[in-house]
Design a protein around this ligand. Structure first.
Ligand code: PLP
Length: 398
């Protein structure tokens, strides 16, 4: 078996137009978002406007990170110390971290083998805990039944925030992920669907909530220099009642992001071609189970997940090691010790111990492959061949 040689973390370069726009910003010396000439919108305001148009949201706020977008969303909703916030048990560390950042307690909700929220556990935890909000994490790009979820939240009068770090560009029945609740939170960190190193975008249709978010982001009294902000009147009390928490995006990052946003539909198509090639190849290997995807979901396949139902800890460990030896980086979410970006609920001790048998069962055999756009279809076939080879060897050995 030929080893696979490419890197699973190598992104595409920043488009030439982004490099030139960034140089222009540096030449101007005006890197702060509010350092504008009279009447000038600037790259950050333009990014907010362009993103709101593309997303189909009324308002958009550019921020320093996706994590900041989530904690600002919670704060804008009035969530604070002593509150309980529900979120998926299968997510990454910045999600419970954003809840802890506002002093609230993350209460984790079980997931199904299709990697989405378990509605029965959600309804149980809503009834038993009077949560202040649901921070839905569309982890690894999988959308739950958004119609049903919106109904559950409406009936429980539970504010919904969507963590769309992995679903920027995804849709449910044609409507963009991030449009179903009070706020949509997006990340432009290097490993997401737009790359500015670090960065975040927050969207909403609610003028009062967005006015609070803008003041929280650190806009001083410069909220009229935004690209997709509510009218002045929305700020009249909020500007005096809301603390400044300094989490702004700068002009350099916005300049890099704008040309990427122009090309995002093409990037989505390329991700999906690669994702679908990997998923269909993996789906044909014996012992592999793929999460089912509902017909109403249009996903962005920037990663692929598969399970090996019945495999034990030793087999899983051997498979991950053997694949790594052949150059294929598999993330195993069932590992007891958190490795790299992989993070399991047991390593969030600040959230308190939580009993999540169903999630633990799913994660114990769950593997994940990142799909950078620097891979081509031959690379996808090569990865499937390596995994097929490793599975055959390890399953026979077990
Ligand atoms: C990356 C990520 C975020 C936000 O991350 P930042 O690094 O703060 O931009 C949120 N949720 C998930 C699931 C993520 O993977």
């Amino acid at each position: 078996m030929q080893p696979f040689m490419k890197s699973f973390t190598q992104q595409e370069p920043i488009p030439q137009a982004g490099i030139e726009a960034a140089i222009e910003v540096m030449r101007s010396g005006r890197l702060h978002r509010y350092n504008l000439l009279p009447g000038e919108l600037g790259p950050v305001g333009l990014l907010e406007q362009t993103y709101a148009d593309w997303q189909g949201s009324t308002y958009c706020l550019a921020l320093a990170s996706g994590g900041q977008a989530m904690s600002i969303a919670l704060r804008a909703l009035g969530v604070g110390p002593g509150d309980t916030v529900l979120t998926n048990a299968f997510t990454l560390a910045p999600v419970p971290g954003a809840i802890a950042a506002v002093g609230a307690k993350p209460l984790l909700v079980e997931i199904t083998e299709d990697l989405v929220l378990d509605f029965a556990d959600l309804e149980r935890k809503i009834a038993a805990n009077r949560p202040a909000a649901l921070m839905l994490s569309n982890m690894r790009g999988h959308l739950c039944d958004m119609d049903r979820l919106a109904r559950i939240c409406r009936e429980a009068d539970l504010p919904l925030i969507e963590d769309c770090a992995h679903t920027m560009g995804a849709r449910w029945k044609g409507e963009r992920s991030g449009s179903f609740g009070a706020f949509g939170c997006f990340s432009t960190q290097t490993y997401k669907h737009l790359n500015s190193g670090e960065g975040g975008l927050l969207t909403s249709d609610d003028p009062e909530l967005m006015a609070r978010a803008i003041i929280l982001s650190g806009s001083y009294m410069l909220f009229d220099r935004h690209g997709a902000a509510p009218q002045r009147e929305a700020f009249s009390d909020i500007r005096l009642d809301t603390p400044n928490m300094s989490a702004r995006m700068d002009a350099l990052r916005a300049a890099i992001l704008l040309p990427q946003l122009e090309a995002i539909e093409d990037a989505i198509a390329r991700w999906n071609t690669r994702h679908d090639a990997l998923a269909s190849g993996l789906g044909q290997l014996p012992g592999v189970a793929l999460p089912r995807r509902p017909a109403a979901e249009s996903y962005v396949g920037s990663s692929v997940q598969f399970r090996l139902p019945g495999a034990n800890v030793q087999t899983m460990r051997a498979i991950v090691a053997a694949a790594a030896e052949l150059g294929v980086e598999l993330k195993w979410f069932g590992n007891e010790d958190p490795v790299g970006f992989t993070s399991a609920h047991r390593s969030w001790r600040y959230a308190g111990r939580q009993d999540l048998p169903r999630t633990d069962e799913v994660l114990s055999t769950l593997l994940d492959i990142r799909v950078p756009l620097t891979f081509d279809l031959d690379d996808c076939a090569h990865i499937v061949a390596v995994i097929g080879h490793v599975l055959q060897r390890e399953v026979i050995a077990a």
